[in-house]
Design a protein around this ligand. Structure first.
Ligand code: BG6
Ligand code: MG
Length: 218
């Protein structure tokens, strides 16, 4: 049988860091004199830090010199790092360990496929780094989601062909990227927003191991 690869996004799938990204962007927006809502934050999920800032400035109609742009990028990340500094295992999303442990026990290849440049330190903080056979993050890709690069790289590192990979994602851009890579997709979150996913679940508490087992055979 062909080798199955399981690829997980990080923010909003494994840990609830989407809220920290949101708080850090909101703080910057407020400082620049405009508001930033949770609904607007949906557009930021799966999107690189640089692109997020471009979108934020478009939302606020703010024009900015190049150096100031770079400074704001640093400022946002510094705020974000402040939020994640104290993270621990309690911030792993419910029932995620159940799935990771099962896959590990079955010796199924697992990779992380994230747009974040902070992925490794976060995995270390929540003690999950050892589960992953490969990590592809924002430091390793040249084209951001919805480009399939991040997931194709992860599949290659797992030695699995894309059609035998399953991707867990909470972002529209991420589902698009995985679909473009020819992989099965599991949308975590609002099924209406993630309507392009092969399967949809609100969160991991809705996923039973029988479903995961079936995916490993597909
Ligand atoms: C993604 C998040 O995982 O990582 C985005 O969904 C975020 O919201 C992106 O902008 C980049 O993260 P970081 O940690 O490199 O700023
Ligand atoms: Mg995400």
């Amino acid at each position: 049988m062909e080798r199955t690869g399981f690829i997980f996004d990080l923010d909003g799938v494994i840990v609830d860091t989407a809220k920290y990204h949101y708080l850090a962007w909101k703080k910057l927006a407020n400082q620049l004199g405009f508001d930033f809502t949770e609904e607007q934050n949906e557009q930021f999920k799966g999107v690189s830090r640089r692109r997020c800032l471009e979108i934020l400035l478009e939302m606020g109609n703010v024009e900015v010199p190049k150096q100031q742009f770079e400074d704001w990028l640093v400022e946002k990340n510094t705020d974000y790092l402040g939020y994640i500094e104290t993270m621990n295992e309690s911030e792993i999303l419910p029932d995620v360990p159940k799935v990771l442990k099962y896959l590990k026990q079955e010796d199924i290849a697992m990779a992380l496929g994230s747009a974040s440049k902070n992925a490794r330190p976060i995995l270390e903080k929540v003690n999950l780094l050892s589960y992953f056979d490969a990590i592809v993050d924002g430091n390793e890709v040249t084209k951001a989601k919805p480009d399939p690069e991040v997931f194709l790289k992860a599949a290659e590192m797992l030695d699995a062909s894309p059609e035998n990979c399953v991707v867990f994602e909470d972002a529209v851009a991420g589902i698009e990227a995985a679909n473009a890579a020819g992989m099965l997709t599991v949308g975590i979150g609002d099924a209406e927003i993630l309507s392009q996913a092969t399967y949809n679940f609100k969160d991991f508490t809705e996923i039973d191991l029988e479903f995961i087992k079936q995916l490993t055979n597909s």
